[in-house]
Design a binder for this molecule. Structure first.
Ligand SMILES: [Zn+2]
Ligand SMILES: [Zn+2]
Length: 139
């Protein structure tokens, strides 16, 4: 099992060990949510994600489809105590059955290093100065 959690420790989760797709997202929602130029995500099947904290510790913010790059709503799941966003639950059928884990919340750095960065989403919406920082083609 691979541990993860928020800054204050109120929300903890585990992922099954495995090889997941890692992807950057440059959409405006991710920029605001992370306070950064892009988000870094792991695409994990729901069956491989285990919330260890009580479900009521997780706060949810739904973004309606008029604001997302995909046109589908998405739900950001975060800790109301420390503000960390831990995962998103996209309503896009393309991601049915997947949790989009915010990669920075994974506590095992060595494990995270082994996950393959494969995609960049909404690169056209991103900041030009990010450039080809990761040297990957647009998905
Ligand atoms: Zn927290
Ligand atoms: Zn995004």
């Amino acid at each position: 099992m691979v541990p993860g959690g928020c800054l204050c420790g109120k929300i903890k989760y585990e992922l099954n060990d495995g090889d997941y797709t890692a992807g950057l997202c440059h959409c405006s929602i991710c920029r605001i949510n992370t306070g950064s130029a892009f988000s870094t995500n792991l695409f994990v099947p729901v069956s491989s994600f285990h919330l260890l904290s009580a479900p009521e510790t997780v706060s949810r913010f739904e973004i309606d489809g008029t604001r997302t790059g995909s046109g589908f709503p998405s739900v950001m799941c975060f800790c109301s105590s420390c503000g960390t966003t831990l995962w998103a639950e996209p309503q896009n059928p393309e991601y049915a059955g997947m949790e989009i884990i915010k990669a920075g919340t994974v506590a095992d750095r060595a494990w995270l290093e082994k996950q393959a960065l494969k995609v960049e989403l909404f690169k056209e919406d991103g900041l030009a100065w990010v450039g080809d920082l990761v040297g990957k083609e647009k998905a």
